[in-house]
Design a protein around this ligand. Structure first.
Ligand code: FAD
Ligand code: NAI
Length: 466
């Protein structure tokens, strides 16, 4: 140790990096974390999970009050109006509270925050703000950034062609927002601005939205979003976006080719995926070569091919999700400390925070079928008493289990509380549960979670309320 400034140096203070740094320090390792942003928390806290959820929450409140949908509950409201600057300020307050909280946790755990951009000098040293810092172990947790669309220039300051960061800070509600990409960001941030009054058109290259999700979920989601007023153009490609004055013209044509059309928009949101951040790290100086997708490969312990260099989070293969990065952060710190840090990548839940929410864990029906015989149980939220009482009945719970053993392989939920409900499924799968185990677990009544029990009973062939 005497030879190095630190036992552990983490590059990047997102959910992967800051968690790794705190855990390493908790385990008694002298730790520093380098971050080039002004605040800690990475994409997730600054321009991702947190501000988007704050706006989803606020815009849902606005729509509830403004649309008259509360009248059926006997709540009559008139004269609701939107104060967008206040809504955005409240979101910023949540962000600064949480990012400040990480700075507090760093102090509390004695993690040194080194401000600046890190680049490798060798496998045990990086340059930060003109200084060389050495460490026995270096963890790359540099995250990801927006995938650009060739020929479409994002300018968040101008606010016409924006990425997710720009879409979290629009100065006014656009008359028409065109979202390029029918994935998670497009649907979440599209929901925010639709609820606040924008017409939203989603242009998706593939034949369905939400790639990677279970087919039933993708179909149900498209149906629900269309009902909410989204115009969804699938199998459609964008061939260019021209900006004139304060308007954009989006040129689209069928993905397979053919006659094109132009769509006028006030704001164009580019949300076609994210790419790992490896530029500027000088990885070549340590002989680390990213794979064809630009990711840094690791083994199960999150060690790269270079001794002493580790990697976690969005910059390595796997879903680009904050909780996956966090769990890898804990695991890598434990592995560095000589403990056994494990992440079960087969059981990483994913949630789309629209209304209803969409959540999944494990294999889709299509993936499970490809592996062998399966059983499926499905229960509609329409038959769930709590959802009925709340008049919030869109969606279903679907459980897939292995035909022979009944072991749960995947759970897919479309429901207002899907993001919370999926935790039960993840835990059941982590414990190797069968659908019968879920079916015979007592669930409180009346709760949305009873739909999980009923779906499990449906796998057994005997739901009660259907
Ligand atoms: P990041 O959070 O990207 O952090 C990496 C940090 O490293 C950054 O702060 C960056 O400035 C810093 N950095 C990079 N290179 C260097 C360098 N060379 N030197 C110093 N610092 C460097 N995930 C969810 O699970 N739930 C959600 O609800 C959710 N919502 C999202 C909404 C949006 C709009 C976006 C864009 C993403 C969302 N995500 C969500 C994804 C989530 O933000 C990421 O999966 C997560 O932040 C990845 O964590 P990370 O630590 O790997 O990287
Ligand atoms: P995404 O991968 O979810 O969706 C991108 C969509 O764009 C796909 O449907 C894809 O087919 C489509 N697409 C790609 N190229 C296109 C083109 N040229 N024209 C039209 N469509 C095109 O990516 P997104 O929404 O940008 O989000 C990035 C990542 O951020 C997500 O994969 C997720 O990991 C993370 N995220 C997670 C959230 C959550 O957990 N709730 C919320 C927001 C982001």
């Amino acid at each position: 140790m005497a030879d190095f400034d630190y036992d552990v140096l983490v590059i990047g203070a997102g959910p992967g990096g800051y968690v790794a740094a705190i855990r390493a320090a908790q385990l008694g390792l002298k730790t520093a974390c380098v971050e080039s942003r002004e605040t800690l928390g990475g994409t997730c806290l600054n321009v991702g999970c947190i501000p988007s959820k704050a706006l989803l929450h606020a815009s849902e409140k606005f729509e509830e009050v403004n649309s008259g949908m509360l009248a059926k509950f006997g709540v009559k409201v008139s004269g609701a109006s939107l104060d967008l600057p206040v809504m955005l300020k409240e979101k910023d307050k949540v962000v600064s509270g949480l990012t400040g909280g990480i700075a507090f946790l760093f102090k509390k755990n004695k993690v040194d925050w080194l401000k600046g951009h890190a680049s490798f000098k060798d496998a045990h040293s990086v340059e930060v703000a003109g200084k060389t810092v050495t460490a026995k172990n270096i963890v790359i947790a540099t995250g990801s950034s927006v995938t650009p669309l060739p020929g479409v220039e994002i300018d968040n300051a101008k606010g016409i062609i924006v990425d997710s960061t720009g879409a979290l800070d629009l100065a006014k509600v656009p008359g028409h927002m065109v979202v390029i990409g029918g994935g998670v960001i497009g649907l979440e941030l599209g929901s925010v601005w639709r609820r606040l009054g924008a017409k939203v058109t989603v242009v998706e290259y593939l034949d369905q939205i939400l790639p990677g999700m279970d087919d039933d979920v993708r179909k149900e989601a498209a149906k629900i979003f269309k009902k909410q007023g989204f115009d969804i153009k699938t199998s459609t490609k964008v061939t260019g976006v021209a900006v004139k004055g304060k308007k954009a013209t989006v040129s689209v044509e069928p993905a397979s080719g053919g006659a094109g059309e132009s769509i006028e928009a006030d704001v164009v949101l580019v949300a076609i995926g994210r790419k790992p951040n490896t530029d500027g790290l000088a990885l070549d100086t340590i002989g680390l070569v990213p794979n064809a997708r630009g990711q840094i490969e690791t083994d199960h312990e999150f060690a790269t091919s270079v001794s002493g260099v580790w990697a976690i989070g969005d910059v390595i293969p796997g879903p680009m999700l904050a909780h996956k990065a966090e769990d890898e952060g804990i695991a890598v710190a434990e592995n560095i400390a000589g403990l056994t840090g494990i992440v079960n990548h087969d059981v990483i839940p994913a949630v789309v925070y629209t209304h209803p929410e969409i959540a999944s864990v494990g294999l889709t029906e299509e993936q499970a079928k490809a592996k062998g015989a399966i059983k499926i149980g499905k229960f509609p939220m329409m038959a769930n008493s709590r959802a009925k009482a709340n008049d919030d009945t869109d969606g279903f719970v679907k459980i897939i289990s292995e035909a022979d053993t009944d072991r749960v392989l995947g759970v897919h939920i479309v429901a207002s509380l899907a993001g919370t409900m999926i935790a039960q499924a993840a835990q059941a799968m982590e414990f190797g549960a069968s659908s019968e185990d879920i079916a015979y677990t007592c669930h409180a009544h009346p709760t949305h979670s009873e739909a999980m029990k009923e779906a499990a009973m449906a796998v057994q062939g005997k739901p009660i309320h259907m």
